[in-house]
Write a protein that binds this ligand. Structure first.
Ligand SMILES: Cc1cc2nc3c(=O)[nH]c(=O)nc-3n(C[C@H](O)[C@H](O)[C@H](O)COP(=O)(O)O)c2cc1C
Length: 182
């Protein structure tokens, strides 16, 4: 797929099924994430890959978090099944250096750029994906399991897989409402 075609038609898709990207395709995705623009070369991110049984482990972590919140049974069950919505999830963590001349906000932007780059690398290889956060990107229990410290953030869970049907093309947003020429 041509880079410009990809960027001009980019969209997310949440109906994802097996097969997941092969190891080679996954390596390309991860390498694209590593190329995120990075002020000060702090490499302020960690990627945690969940596939196969690890998706159930992630579901257990989400369910434990819901249980700690005294959520009703159906919400706990829903939390447990969330990671099963795709055959591959990459949790992207902003692994920030505090008290540095590069502000934490810029380091978090870098981690966000990594998510976007990985989503695009997945699409470029024939897969689809969606960037999600939700309550379990901010929950203390999840942060603890992933060993986050201080101002680290889970910037997203990138769900990736094969689209289970044709991906609809969304209409483009109105450029004129968001662009000014000074
Ligand atoms: C930081 C961030 C967090 C997001 N979290 C969620 C989420 O938890 N659930 C969800 O359905 N979409 C979430 N989205 C939005 C989707 O990734 C997607 O962008 C949205 O559905 C619009 O679709 P599009 O990308 O095709 O325009 C999030 C996007 C960003 C940038």
């Amino acid at each position: 797929m041509q880079a410009l075609e990809l960027l001009l038609n980019r969209s997310s898709f949440n109906q994802l099924t097996a097969p997941a990207p092969s190891q080679d395709a996954l390596d390309n995705i991860l390498k694209a994430g590593m190329r995120a623009p990075d002020h000060g070369s702090l490499t302020p991110f960690r990627f945690i890959v969940f596939q196969n049984e690890a998706l159930n482990d992630l579901g257990e972590i989400f369910a434990e978090a819901a249980e700690l919140d005294d959520a009703p049974c159906e919400k706990i069950e829903k939390a447990k099944n969330m990671p099963l919505r795709a055959p591959l999830i990459i949790a992207v963590i902003a692994n920030v250096t505090e008290d540095h001349k590069i502000p934490v906000s810029e380091q978090i932007i870098t981690a966000g750029c990594a998510v976007h780059a990985m989503q695009m690398a997945a699409v470029a290889q024939g897969f689809q994906g969606i960037w999600r956060t939700g309550d379990f990107a901010y929950h203390q229990h999840v942060r603890k399991q992933f060993k986050l410290k201080g101002e680290d953030q889970i910037v997203g869970y990138l769900y990736i897989g094969t689209p289970s049907k044709d991906v609809p093309i969304k209409p483009a947003k109105n450029l004129n409402e968001h662009v000014e020429y000074w």
